[in-house]
Ligand binder design. Structure first.
Ligand code: B12
Length: 324
């Protein structure tokens, strides 16, 4: 399922479109809208008029949108940017073997019912501050589902929902902190030894001011399972210190993630300089097309698991001077 061939970019060719059966626990429309930068009204219109989205239902009847829904919207945005009408774009995106596939990595073992059951058990334990209960659910999940399914179909949607419910006041900061810290501990366990091996090295970090690093950890864990060596600098990394690490380690790629483009903007000159010496990839909601163009970097627009499965190592050695 992993790809580690020639150049740093999305691996699109030869992937199978994900079927409806492979769809999994998802996010609500507000979170989907935030991720893709499309209003909820427009998303509803695309769902209604073009059947672009195929949400599942939560036990309470909320529509839950999957990674594949998110990918279809991104493909739709690409088609619209090429000047197509919405109806034409939707037709292209829905067509088998189309642009939609370029954003899909099928995870055939993703079983929506199994994932949903684990998701509910995890949510119940975490939000009751039941540490041992939550650890047992995670143990069971890791025995019964693949790692990519646990991360992509349970942990990430759970984190997104946690944020939604924190925002609307249905859980408080204490519950959010308890849950995200417990999950962070488990991710740290899964990450053990990710710097070892003989594969290409990726340096992954979040820029100064960014405290969110769980998505980067998920990305690094899957990347390592795909044969990469991962050097994780974590959140709030000053750009000068990132630069020192890059000179020392001479990685094949540097991946930076941020929730806001302002954090990339603040170090845009330094990022442009870095991108001249090493393949630089920006990710997360902060990786806007503007900052990507301004810094000469590339972007990963999908979720951390899908993107880690598709990341390719560069064909060229580092530019002269990268390690000096
Ligand atoms: C846990 C959490 C925290 C923890 C972080 C702990 C940690 N070590 O990471 C703490 C408590 C520190 C925190 C702090 C804050 N948080 Co917070 N947090 C979250 C929460 C619940 C989960 C974050 C997470 O890991 N998500 C999992 C990732 C996978 O999902 P995602 O971030 O949506 O990313 C998607 C894409 O952008 C992409 N992606 C993201 N990163 C990467 C990286 C790579 C490599 C790739 C390929 C893709 C990728 O993949 C995802 C799926 O498509 C989110 C809710 C949410 N929706 O995510 C809020 C959330 C991110 N936080 C939010 C806010 C507002 C804050 C605070 C400002 C709160 C405050 N008032 O203090 C601070 C900001 C601190 C700072 N300076 O950074 C908002 C951000 C809104 C915005 N657009 O900016 C969110 C969305 C909550 C909400 N619904 O309002 N937070």
């Amino acid at each position: 399922m992993c790809r580690v061939p020639s150049v740093v970019h999305r691996a699109n060719a030869g992937q199978t479109p994900a079927s409806d059966q492979q769809r999994h626990v998802g996010v609500r429309i507000g979170e989907l809208s935030r991720r893709v930068g499309v209003s909820t009204e427009l998303l509803r219109a695309w769902e209604r008029r073009y059947q672009l989205l195929k949400p599942a239902r939560s036990p309470k009847g909320y529509r839950l949108y999957s990674t594949q829904d998110e990918q279809r919207i991104r493909a739709m945005q690409d088609q619209l940017a090429r000047g197509m009408s919405a109806a034409e774009a939707a037709r292209v995106v829905r067509r088998p073997g189309s642009a939609d596939d370029a954003y899909s990595v099928s995870l055939p073992d993703e079983d929506p019912d199994a994932a949903m059951e684990h998701y509910r058990a995890l949510q119940e334990a975490l939000e009751a501050y039941d540490e041992s209960g939550a650890q047992l659910v995670l143990d069971r999940m890791l025995r019964e589902l693949s790692l990519t399914t646990v991360l992509r179909a349970v942990v990430m949607p759970y984190l997104a929902d946690l944020g939604d419910r924190w925002e609307d006041g249905s859980i408080d900061v204490a519950q959010e902190h308890f849950a995200s810290n417990l999950l962070r501990g488990r991710l740290a366990g899964l990450a053990l030894g990710w710097g070892q091996g003989v594969g290409p090295r990726a340096v992954i970090a979040a820029p100064e001011g960014e405290l969110h690093d769980l998505s980067l950890m998920v990305f690094g864990i899957v990347l390592n399972r795909c044969g990469w060596r991962v050097t994780f600098l974590g959140n709030n990394t000053p750009i000068s210190d990132l630069d020192s690490a890059v000179r020392h380690l001479k990685p094949a790629v540097v991946v930076l993630a941020a929730t806001s483009s302002l954090l990339f903007d603040a170090v845009a000159d330094e990022l442009r300089d870095l991108a001249g010496r090493v393949p630089l990839v920006l990710a997360g909601a902060g990786a806007t097309p503007e900052i990507v163009a301004a810094t000469g970097s590339t972007a990963l627009r999908g979720d951390p698991v899908t993107e880690a499965l598709g990341l390719r190592a560069p064909a060229q050695p580092l530019a002269a001077g990268a390690g000096s």
